[in-house]
Design a protein around this ligand. Sequence first.
Ligand SMILES: [Zn+2]
Length: 240
Amino acid sequence: MNKQKMTKLSLIVCLPALVATNFFLWNLDPASMVDKFATIEAKEAARSSEEDVLASASLDDWELVLVNRDHLFESEPKSLATVGNIQVDSRIATATKDFLAAAQVIVPDEVLLSGYRSRAEQEQLYNERVAELEARGFNRAEAEARVRSQVQLPGASEHQTGLAIDMSEEAGQLDEVAEKIKALAPQYGFILRYPEGKSHLTGIDFESWHFRYVGVENAQYMEKHDLVLEEYLALLKDRK
Ligand SMILES: [Zn+2]
């Protein structure tokens, strides 16, 4: 190949490459590329940490115990601690205290209304509510059916585990305040256990005050994916 031909050939090969490279460089905004990569990295990190949460959660974890009308709680908390004027499982005492303190920043009158309840106390509560309705003229079956969407039967209440709290203002709470407190819950390991629109799964009507401890990572996952405990446990059961 003579020299002239070589030059021509290298021009044919190199010129488009040169133009393409410059075009690419002109269009490359270093700041936006860094942002783009950071977003991709953050998304991947979030995905892998979510997978970690699912991988490390176990159906046997104490904080994931399922208690509802189909899953009765027949045991007792091993150890109780007092927070304010209620008792909770001692393993969640700090989380409860911190969650209450955070809620009191939003509304100073926020209090813990209920925590651990023995089976006998639950039974008494249930019977009292049924009796109230019977006194208003409902027959026994009607009264029980109504009460069951608000008060669990003995054994079916999460309050017997010591892992559930009722937290509100004594006089009741405005929706927008309840929303703010609900949003705080996961960082302390709590979920609003009976949210709106899920009573077909939980068996209990919406309660803005009943929070259940499930651990921070589980709570954050459930919040992000809008899952109640029944759904989250089904997801854990289905994982490969
Ligand atoms: Zn409750």
